[in-house]
Design a protein around this ligand. Structure first.
Ligand SMILES: *Cc1c(COP(=O)(O)O)cnc(C)c1O
Length: 232
């Protein structure tokens, strides 16, 4: 637990420094600890160390771990297939990877059936494939503008904002353009669709400081907290 507490402090310090550089209040940036491949024993220690907001990218792994890690709140960050949506709604308080109108409508319907861990709307982020990268899922910026009206009318979703995955590179800088583009897209879309929140889910271990400088409100950090993952 001491090692996880130290890792948490180090990441939070880096988040705070990046926020200050951008003249932002560090308290406006949440830390989501992405815990894929990390076993439940270690996640209990993470919760004890203050990392209570955990993110998984696969519903099946989340479902296996959640009962073994009391005190955690779970977000889903990975691509969600329609047939796993029910389980996701049962376990998560937020889904960062909503990438189609159909998935949004399905989540809305499931929340209406009272499936969620907490009453009330489900928090969602709309995933945007800002760079048009064929390897990534998410809305293309233009198709999001077209899809947004149909999503904004879904009453049981809280549209927290937008999510993206930065461009991979040798440094964090290649991701900066992606993060700036997501922020500008959010600014643009919110002038026409006030139900879209100002949240920006962006930044991972290699680029979270740049993401905070460019406006991230929640960073999704795995390896910088838990260490390198075993290759699957
Ligand atoms: C794994 C993952 C992360 C965390 O990645 P790290 O590089 O370990 O910080 C963030 N977001 C998504 C969608 C992920 O799948």
């Amino acid at each position: 637990m001491a090692a996880l507490a130290a890792a948490r402090t180090s990441v939070l310090d880096r988040v705070a420094a990046a926020a200050v550089r951008a003249r932002r209040d560090p308290a406006t940036v949440a830390l989501l600890a992405v815990s894929k491949t990390v076993p439940p024993e270690r996640l209990r220690a993470a919760v004890a160390a203050g990392l209570t907001l955990l993110g998984e990218n696969r519903v099946q792994e989340l479902a296996q771990k959640a009962p073994l890690v009391p005190g955690a709140t779970w977000h889903l960050v990975g691509h969600l297939q329609g047939n796993k949506a029910r389980r996701a709604v049962e376990l998560c308080t937020a889904v960062h990877s909503v990438d189609s109108v159909g998935l949004a409508a399905r989540l809305d319907r499931l929340v209406g059936e009272g499936m969620g861990p907490v009453p009330g709307p489900l928090s969602v982020y709309l995933e945007v494939n800002v760079d048009d990268d064929p390897a990534k899922s998410g809305f293309r910026p233009r198709s999001l503008a077209e899809a947004l009206p149909a999503i904004a009318v879904l009453p049981r979703l809280r549209l927290e904002g937008l999510m993206t995955i930065g461009r991979l590179g040798d440094s964090a800088e290649p991701a900066r353009a992606t993060f700036v583009a997501l922020r500008r897209l959010s600014d643009r879309l919110r002038t026409v669709q006030p139900r879209l929140g100002a949240g920006l889910s962006m930044g991972m271990s290699d680029d979270f400081e740049v993401a905070v400088e460019e406006g991230a409100t929640i960073v999704r950090v795995g390896r910088a907290l838990f260490g390198e993952r075993p290759s699957r």
